[in-house]
Design a protein around this ligand. Structure first.
Ligand SMILES: [Cu+2]
Length: 314
């Protein structure tokens, strides 16, 4: 029975998930117990006490029964106390963030999730976390209400525009687990799918250095495009020639750029790399030196992607 019941639930990905399941099983069996008593008697009594042909018996006149009344008042009250304190404790434990938790920012928007890691690295689609390390997710939304939900961790939290909310979990099982947006009202929340990938320490080190495994098979241009869209380049650099806070990327590859200090230089691999890592080293004439540095927050493979992407903007 227990095994069958467990098989109807998602995988148990953390200690907290196990606590939630234990509580759930308790409520389930408690309900089953009362269902059998109430349902059983509702079937048994009408049969046992039915009026048989020829009988004119009337029921006995019973006004009260002290013992029974105490029983059905005290026992359910005690059960309610147990359910409340047990449930409240489990909830508190789920929202108490351990001091050494690794912080990851989660951003919801119509219709996807992005994740930003402590070292400034970012990505969407998959949330990468190390095994057995407490994780704190600091979450907000760019537009409407969303609900970040990881069934394997048994945690769900509404994500609200203009306010940070958080949740925490400590994954104890390696593997990939589904992430949903559980917000009901709105067109594509059900399509805001992402994965949680729990990696051991060695795999996580590789991830920090080289980026997500899918980079290996991705076209560098596409990596560059992803960075362009998810890391804010888009807000200052257009692709259609329009001048924004920064120069448009359209047609800059191979062009000779005039700098504010009177020098000039050709837009090539090294120049783009330097522009991203030390934006103030060469400031394009006619622009303010407002570009933030991406030193330490873009991996080499991502910078190569940006170069390939800019090359493609004819
Ligand atoms: Cu949503």
């Amino acid at each position: 029975m227990n095994e069958w019941l467990r098989s109807t639930l998602p995988i148990v990905g953390s200690e907290h998930a196990r606590d939630i399941d234990t509580f759930y099983f308790f409520v389930f069996y408690l309900s089953l117990f009362f269902f059998i008593i109430v349902g059983g008697l509702a079937v048994y009594f009408p049969i046992k006490y039915r009026l048989k042909p020829g009988e004119t018996r009337r029921s006995a006149h019973i006004t009260d029964n002290f013992f029974l009344e105490m029983l059905w008042t005290v026992v359910p009250s005690l059960l309610c106390f147990v359910l409340f304190f047990w449930g409240f404790n489990t909830y508190l434990a789920a929202f108490t963030v351990p001091n050494d938790a690794m912080e990851i920012y989660v951003r919801g928007r119509k219709w996807n999730w992005t994740f930003e890691y402590p070292d400034g690295m970012a990505g969407g689609g998959t949330l990468y976390v190390p095994l057995n390390r407490p994780i704190k997710l600091i979450m907000d939304s760019e537009d409407v209400l969303h609900a970040f939900y990881i069934p394997a961790m048994r945690i769900k939290q509404d994500v609200i525009p203009g306010r940070y909310v958080y949740m925490t979990f400590t994954p104890t099982v390696k593997g990939e687990f589904q992430i949903f947006c559980a917000e009901y009202c709105g067109k594509d929340h059900s399509g805001m799918l992402a994965m949680l990938k729990v990696m051991d320490d060695a795999e996580y080190e590789v991830f920090k250095r080289e980026g997500p495994p899918e980079y290996k098979t991705m076209d560098p241009k596409l990596i560059g495009e992803t960075i362009y869209k998810t890391r804010g380049c888009q807000s200052c650099h257009s692709l259609d020639g329009t001048k924004g806070d920064g120069p448009s990327f359209k047609g800059i590859w191979g062009k000779t750029e005039q700098f504010a200090d009177g020098t000039s230089g050709v837009v090539d691999e090294n120049y783009i790399r330097q522009s991203v890592l030390e934006p103030q080293a060469k400031v394009v004439k006619g622009f303010e030196p407002v570009m933030p540095t991406f030193q330490g927050s873009l991996r080499p493979v991502e910078i190569n992607g940006i170069i390939a992407f800019i090359k493609g903007q004819k």
